[in-house]
Design a protein around this ligand. Structure first.
Ligand code: ATP
Length: 680
């Protein structure tokens, strides 16, 4: 080659290399330009790492076949012709590598090629061009011609030597640009893309593939106590990993444990990964090498990014360094995404909570809203005070209209969770087909009308309280799912595979006799025991007749104000009638009767005639059921009529035909006490 031709050739090669944006392109162009010029078949490019004294092949032609002669992707430099060129700081060549003392002569790929000509030139930045005044070798280019000894001349050697010096700055720029462009592209993708954790990987895949050829990627998240240490595959591309299959291996002997412990990236080549228990499983899936880069979110280990290949030795130290940087950017993206996700969830939760809270506004707040002085009610109020501050599940039972919902609200208001949501679910009011999605939410597309993701009421109640009203009406197939939530505080949305964990206090109420329901097979015994941690039975109004005047006056006041009527009093006879009635609909029925009376009343006092609604629309009064109830009802009625005077001609004892002391004894036994005096 003549000198001016040399110059022209070098100029042409340089111009071609300057077009390269990635290392792969650089390598392809080098091959295209140089091989014809030198008349050889292969131009191989190897990056050189001085610190590890190793070469990593860049050219695809050098990476295959997956040769066991290369135990790791890093080819040890010692004794190779490449190392000799690096140490000499200039190009060297051999007419026949197989007959040379260099280590490559023993390597299977080149050994099979008898009489191979090899010319190696370092790509180096000379000492005078570097601020630290020491030369640096970035890579070596190797011209190989199998089966043709003596191909290269001294002229070729000098040409390649000069080329090595000239292209060093171009290679430096390409390496730096590749890293920068990749990271910028990934960064803008993860910042600008409307992404969720699930599609994070697929969106960076095309960029990653440009710089690191690979077959699979995975985003893995660590799980801490109480369910860990373990890990969960958030998303995975290119291979179907069965998370359950991984459970057979002990965590402490797996690669994730090492990443968690060291916080350092791992390069698994196919030969050095046998120390990890799960390597046979991944090989059975066809993954023979991998890079695992730790992800740190807000200073704590989040998990790792896994990049895998079907080939052994697929990745180099440089790939690992780049993957580590990518991992760094992903960590930020994950931090942002999870913050964004939390905000979105909170927003959803707030919006939904608002709806429920608005529904509940105006609802009574605490024990004061539970009217009644009877011993039976006072017993319930005491129980409410005892259980409210705990996190215990409460099962409130009692006939319809006895105030179960009011009691649930009181427990909530008196509990430490009063500042979090109270979410009410009326299990009887929801169509059976919707209950599951109402309770547990659904994913988009879970069923025909699921056009968007919906949070379930358990999720909305996270941190707060859920009130399952009419729990006895819950379809039997959902009872099992409810039991799971009560036991593990976790569930899946309908159509979702992700397990959601919540911290919810459960209050439940029913007017169904659950013992009977269990016998009939319509209610699960195990769910009953789980709910019945703290049973709270509310007395019927019949059992606390002495509270009737008090309640009646309370409702007169309430509806007088609401309907702007001047009613303030109840006539004695009207009160007697109210006290004598049996109230199958309990307080709710009494409330409705009084409201109707207030609406129709003409003056300031409600009269018997205005108690028109008494018992209307209800089943005919069943009357007291037991002898004791009948006795109690009769005594309370008489006491009301006599204005709670016991002794004397007009007293209740006389009217009942009893001695005063006997009446007092019976009152005590039947739990009858005089309601406090109020203006009527
Ligand atoms: N002790 C009470 N003091 C004042 N109002 C009460 C009392 N108990 C119940 N009420 C009122 O009676 C009505 C019915 O109460 P609530 O809805 O709590 O009953 P429930 O037992 O949950 O009924 P159901 O089983 O039919 O759902 C409500 O308007 C409630 O405010």
């Amino acid at each position: 080659m003549g000198t001016s031709t040399d110059r022209r050739d070098r100029f042409r090669i340089l111009s071609a290399l300057l077009q390269a944006k990635t290392l792969r392109q650089f390598d392809e162009r080098l091959q295209q330009e140089l091989a014809p010029l030198l008349g050889c078949e292969i131009i191989g490019l190897y990056l050189y790492s001085e610190s590890t004294a190793a070469f990593s092949p860049v050219s695809e032609s050098l990476r295959t076949p997956a040769s066991p002669a290369y135990p790791i992707d890093q080819l040890p430099a010692a004794g190779t012709i490449k190392e000799a060129a690096v140490l000499a700081g200039q190009a060297i060549f051999t007419h026949d590598l197989s007959a040379s003392p260099w280590a490559e002569a023993q390597a299977i790929d080149l050994r099979s090629c008898q009489a191979t000509s090899v010319l190696v030139s370092p790509i180096r930045i000379p000492a005078e061009s570097r601020p630290c005044a020491t030369a640096k070798t970035l890579a070596v280019m190797v011209a190989i011609s199998p089966g043709r000894p003596g191909l290269f001349s001294e002229e070729d050697r000098v040409f390649l030597d000069m080329l090595g010096l000239h292209i060093a700055p171009v290679l430096t720029a390409v390496l730096a640009a590749e890293e920068r462009d990749t990271l910028v592209a990934i960064n803008s993708q993860v910042v600008l893309g409307t992404m969720t954790l699930d599609n994070l990987l697929s969106s960076i895949q095309p960029i990653l593939r440009e710089v690191i050829p690979h077959d699979t990627t995975g985003l893995v998240r660590f799980i801490g106590a109480p369910h860990g240490p373990w890990f969960e595959i958030v998303s995975c591309e290119g291979v179907a990993v069965d998370q359950e299959a991984l459970r057979q291996f002990p965590f402490e002997r797996m690669a994730p444990a090492e990443i968690l412990a060291t916080g350092k990236p791992l390069l698994l080549t196919g030969y050095n990964q046998e120390r990890f228990a799960e390597h046979t499983y991944f090989e059975s899936l066809g993954v023979f090498s991998a890079m695992l880069c730790p992800l740190l979110v807000r200073g704590t280990p989040y998990g790792f990014l896994a990049i895998g290949s079907r080939r052994r030795n697929a990745f180099s130290e440089r790939d690992l360094a780049l993957a580590e940087q990518i991992g760094f950017h992903l960590s930020h993206a994950i931090a942002n995404l999870s913050a964004y996700d939390q905000i979105r969830q909170l927003k959803d939760q707030l919006e939904q909570e608002n709806v429920y809270l608005r529904e509940e506004m105006g609802a009574s707040l605490d024990l004061k809203s539970l009217i009644g002085n009877s011993a039976a009610l006072q017993k319930s109020l005491k129980a409410i005070e005892q259980v409210a501050p705990t996190d215990s599940t409460v099962l409130i039972t009692g006939e319809t209209g006895t105030g179960k919902e009011l009691v649930a609200q009181a427990i909530y208001r008196l509990s430490p969770r009063q500042h979090k949501a109270l979410i009410t679910v009326n299990c009887a009011a929801l169509p059976p087909t919707l209950i599951e999605s109402e309770l547990f939410g659904h994913e988009r597309g879970a069923f025909t009308n699921a056009t968007s993701r919906k949070l379930g009421r358990f999720e909305l109640a996270h941190g707060g309280t859920i009130f399952l009203d009419e729990v006895g009406e819950l379809p039997i197939d959902l009872q099992m799912k409810l039991l799971r939530v009560l036991e593990a505080q976790e569930f899946n949305r309908v159509g979702g595979s992700h397990t959601i964990r919540v911290d919810v206090r459960v209050l439940a109420a029913t007017n169904v006799d659950l013992d009977q329901a269990i016998k009939r097979g319509s209610f699960r015994a195990d769910l009953f025991y789980r709910l019945n941690v703290f049973p709270l039975r509310l007395p019927t109004l019949r059992e606390r007749r002495e509270d009737i005047p008090l309640l009646a006056r309370h409702f007169v006041k309430k509806y007088g104000l609401r309907h702007r009527k001047p009613v303030t009093r109840i006539h004695g006879a009207a009160l007697n009638a109210l006290s004598a009635y049996d109230w199958p609909g309990n307080v709710r029925e009494l409330e409705h009767v009084i409201e109707r009376a207030v609406i129709v009343s003409q003056g300031s006092t409600i009269t018997v005639n205005e108690l028109d609604g008494l018992g209307r629309g209800q089943d005919p009064s069943p009357g007291p059921r037991t002898l004791a109830e009948a006795e109690r009802a009769h005594i309370v009625e008489t006491l009301s009529r006599t204005n709670w005077i016991l002794a004397g001609k007009q007293g209740a004892a006389e009217k009942l035909g009893l001695k005063r002391s006997t009446l007092q004894h019976r009152m005590k036994k039947l739990d009858i006490s005089r309601p406090p005096r109020q203006a009527s």
